[in-house]
Each structure stands twice: as structure tokens, then as C-alpha cells.
Design a protein around this ligand. Sequence first.
Ligand code: PBG
Length: 332
Amino acid sequence: MQIVSSKFPLKRSRRLRSNSWIRELISENSLNVDDLIWPIFVREGINIREPILSLPGVQRLSVDNVLEEAKKAYDLGIKCIALFPCTPENLKNEQCDEAWNPDNLVNKATRKIKKILPNLGVMLDVALDPYNLLGHDGLVKNGKILNDETLDALEKQAIEHAKNGADILGPSDMMDGRIYRIREALEKNNFKNTLIMSYSAKFASSFYGPFRDAVKANGKLIGDKKTYQLDIANKNEAIREIALDIKEGADMILIKPGMPYLDICSTVKEKFKVPTFAYQVSGEYSMLMSAIQNNYLKKEDTILESILCFKRAGCDGIVSYFAPFIANFLNK
Ligand code: PBG
């Protein structure tokens, strides 16, 4: 299709930008509280809010405070929160048993949240890194990340999360075959409506650093995650991963990191037409916050722009540590 346009001065592009009402009338995308998923870090203890140095403004919360924040999120109109555990060191081991403990931090928090807020979506990560002495998403033997043995562990973790009330499972481990294994196990255990948002296109990125601080996995990690996460140079490979995950039973797909990977978001949405999400990850948040705290960037405008660009790229929703800030702003 050819884009038809007359010539200057018949055509003046600035006519459509001359006033706020006309700009708003023709605006192609907008942000809505419904678009946001808010990631929250859970720790042990009672009434604790522990700042995370590399994530200014984000805290590790004890379960009682997670509940408080969940209520606030719900009142703000946020539809879904994602919980990540900061597992006590003495509960981490090489088999990652804590991942399927019904009383682990995220299972406990999910039970409590669902009891008082049945209409707030709760998403839980399926991956072993918060429980692994070695910081990897899979089981490790002789320095190798085991695929098929990890699937057995992920299946146990996924079913336990579903049992405790998780609405969405977010496999973020990047093992081969995990979506099919988890979907099959959910069906077998009669969890017919448990959703899977697959971290299908998860790149081996440097932008996850502050998250690894938050869950205290940073010091542990030996080597990198390049044998399972995607090569940052590859777009076709990302598309193939997403196609596989849709076939294996994913309901929604997630691209991660966000802003440096908008090309992936845009192509994926055009190609597959499935609910598509992006994760504006910890490093992106920290970058923006550092500049904002130094007054190099204007807080409100920059944050809103950083989120709206995901909508323009085709995303249906965004996982962001800025979620409550944005919700507060939109509700004003
Ligand atoms: C772990 C996981 C990571 C993130 C979400 N789930 C880190 C990693 O893969 O090392 C990163 C999120 C963020 O950086 O905000 N499976």
C-alpha cells in the first residue's frame, strides 16, 4: 500500500500537532493501568522492608508487607503481580528442593494473597535460580546445566505453584521442552485454567544484574547463562523459540529484556498475534532511576515514555518495577 500525501503547503504535518486536543484525538497508543504487571521481591521475616542498593526505590518485603502492597496494587487497578523469592542461604542446595516446598516464600505469599484478593492475578516464575546454590536456572553437574533432569524439577515446582494458587506460571529457565512438560503436568493434575506466560525470548543479557542482587544469586553464579538463554545477536532464533513455545502450550509470551529488544516485540506481535508481553528488567529500571536521581532525566516523562514505547511496539502488557508509580500517575 502506498501512503498517499499531498505536497507542502497543501500538506502541513504540523497541523495535526498544533494543539493538545488534536494530538490526543489522533494518538495511536495509550497507557492503561490494565497493561501493567508489578514484580515484587519476597523475603523472610516479619514487617521488613529492605532496600536493594542496585534497585533504588525497590525493596525486599516480608510476606506481611507483600500482602499490604498487593492490596495497594489492587486498589490502584493493577491486574497482576509477579513474586520473586529471596531465599535464605541455608535453604539453597544443589537439588533446589526449596523450589517445590509448599511453604516456600512465594507459595506462602500466594496463598495469603489469593485468600483476600481472589481477583488479583499472581504470577510465579518457574526456574531454579532463587533456590540453587550455584545460581543457575537449571540443575548443574560437573559445570554443565542439565536439561532433562531440570525438567523433572520444574514440573514439581510448577505443580506446587499451581496448587498454592498461582494464576500464571512464568517459566524463565529456558530449558528445552519445558512448556510442554509443564502444560502436560497441569492438565494431568486438573489445573486446566492455569495460564502459562512463557519467557520465550529471554536473552543472555547483562541487564539482569540488579535482579540477581535482589534475589542474592549474584555471588553464586559461576560462568554465565549462555548455554540456555538466547544469543543477544539473534532475532530468527528468538522467533523460532516463540513458535515452539506456542506449539507446546504457552498462552502468552514474554520478551526480555524490554527496551533494547523492541524489534523482537514488534515482529513477534505481527507474526504470531498472541498476547505479547515485555519485561522492562532490573538493569533498565536502574539505568533510568540513576539518571532520574541525578536530575539528568525528568522522572514522570521519562518513565511514561519508557513504558508507552512497548505499546507502540505491539506489546499488550509490560512487566515493570515502575508499575505502582505509573498506576498512581494514571489514576491522578
Ligand atoms: C531468573 C530470572 C531472572 C529475571 C527474571 N527471572 C534473572 C536471570 O535470568 O538471571 C530477571 C529480571 C530482571 O532483571 O528484572 N530465572
